[in-house]
Design a protein around this ligand. Structure first.
Ligand SMILES: NC(=O)c1ccc[n+]([C@@H]2O[C@H](COP(=O)([O-])OP(=O)(O)OC[C@H]3O[C@@H](n4cnc5c(N)ncnc54)[C@H](OP(=O)(O)O)[C@@H]3O)[C@@H](O)[C@H]2O)c1
Length: 390
């Protein structure tokens, strides 16, 4: 298939060439979409801590240059035919897309090569349509996919909880009252986790975040909030959970959205009991990347604080970028259908945005990375324009 008129043969893409090297630009051939693929003109992207883990820590990079970025929002410029073997959900998904549609998505490595580029060829299962009824902008939508997908991965793979889709009328989960502790509830993942668990009927959500976010977390569905910046936060959480009635562990589900050995895992080791499932968003961080320090990471949760966890605590290292390999149902339905519907229904609110400025694509990508190094984002997502001159 030839490229449509007006689409350039080559386009710029942002790459990292070595750990902690400044980012650079490579000119890439624009790929016409094959069967089951969509060609998108990318208008907005978002930078997440994963970009920092990759750029400064070389996380999961096996070959340089490495194409950066995992979320995109833009307009469809060309569509490939449905894949010959596709079953209805994906076949229908590609038929329901049209040139000019606004779309957004999260691209695990198997779906595309980096989203910090102006033209992206991506598989249809990694594309959500921005439904006009949702009244959202691309800038808002691009905050959603990566971390909303992550929450489904945590809930179903790591916790083994049910998130049936469509949600049956009057459905109540078997463990509706079970406490779910979310440490880092004001992070992007944490904010989506509170909203998803609440929507599926889990009503005992305990949120750990800066005090300034507690009102908004309660409004989203948190039942109790704790301020991690207070020195007695652990005592307060332990006092709260000691009053909970339970035949098993007081807190059966813990989501660690920060995964820092000192800041989160060490206190969580004092809360988790036999039978508690602790989902830890990989990588575990020994040292955060900063202007002066390279990061130190660990990919195996069972090697961290080994002597501090109580016997029988079940540690899970979350890897959302493999979600499409673990579940055919979520590969076929999550981004094509569930994500757009949750936004359209207002069940999930996008993260607030901090717009990263810069004169060029490269400058904006680098400025976003520098902002991540300073850990300046608070209950917000770093978003920036991909194409220049707009
Ligand atoms: N492995 C996977 O599948 C996967 C998927 C997604 C994300 N992740 C990882 O998960 C982590 C979070 O990602 P994200 O995009 O959600 O992060 P983010 O939004 O950039 O996180 C920023 C937030 O972290 C909070 N925070 C910082 N230190 C904290 C602490 N000690 N205790 C509680 N909250 C703290 C801050 O909360 P306040 O504003 O309250 O101070 C801030 O709002 C990253 O390391 C990312 O790479 C992994």
């Amino acid at each position: 298939m030839a490229l449509p008129a007006g689409v350039p043969e080559t386009h710029p893409a942002v790459v990292t060439t070595a750990p902690r090297a400044p980012l650079s630009i490579i000119s890439c051939p624009t790929q016409a979409p094959g069967a089951g693929e969509v060609l998108v003109r990318v208008e907005w992207t978002s930078s997440t801590p994963l970009d920092l883990h990759r750029a400064d820590g070389g996380l999961a990079i096996t070959k340089y240059p490495f194409f950066m970025g995992s979320s995109f929002a833009g307009a469809v410029v060309a569509l490939g035919p449905p894949p010959p073997t596709a079953l209805p959900p994906l076949r229908d998904a590609i038929r329901e897309l049209h040139v000019g549609d606004k779309v957004f998505g999260f691209t695990p490595p198997a779906a595309a090569e980096g989203t910090f580029r102006t033209y992206l060829t991506v598989q249809v299962w990694a594309v959500s349509k921005l439904l006009p009824q949702s009244k959202l902008t691309l800038q808002e939508a691009v905050t959603v996919p990566t971390n909303l997908v992550t929450v489904f991965e945590v809930a179903t793979t790591d916790f083994g909880l049910q998130l049936p889709w469509p949600i049956p009328e009057g459905w109540e989960p078997p463990q509706a009252a079970a406490p779910i502790l979310i440490w880092g509830a004001a992070s992007s993942v944490g904010l989506y986790a509170v909203q998803v668990f609440r929507r599926w009927g889990y009503r005992n959500i305990l949120a750990v975040a800066s005090g300034k976010h507690h009102d908004s977390l309660r409004a989203l569905g948190a039942k109790a909030c704790f301020d991690y910046r207070q020195p007695d936060v652990l005592d307060k959480i332990l006092a709260h959970v000691s009053r909970l009635e339970s035949s098993g562990p007081k807190v059966p589900f813990v989501l660690d959205c920060i995964a820092s050995t000192e800041e989160t895992l060490r206190p969580l080791a004092k809360i988790a009991e036999r039978g508690t499932k602790v989902a830890i968003l990989l990588p575990v961080i020994y040292v955060h990347a900063s202007e002066h320090n390279p990061p130190v990471y660990e990919g195996d949760v069972n090697k961290v604080l080994v002597d501090e966890w109580k016997e029988g605590v079940e540690l899970r290292g979350t890897r959302a970028n493999l979600y499409h390999e673990k579940s055919d149902f979520f590969r076929d339905h999550l981004q094509p259908e569930i994500v757009p519907t949750l936004l359209e229904q207002g069940v999930v609110q996008p993260n607030k945005q901090r717009i990263i400025e810069g004169k060029t694509l490269l400058e904006r990508a680098q400025n976003a990375l520098n902002t991540l190094r300073s850990r300046a984002q608070s209950a917000e997502k770093l978003v920036w324009r991909v194409a220049d001159n707009e």
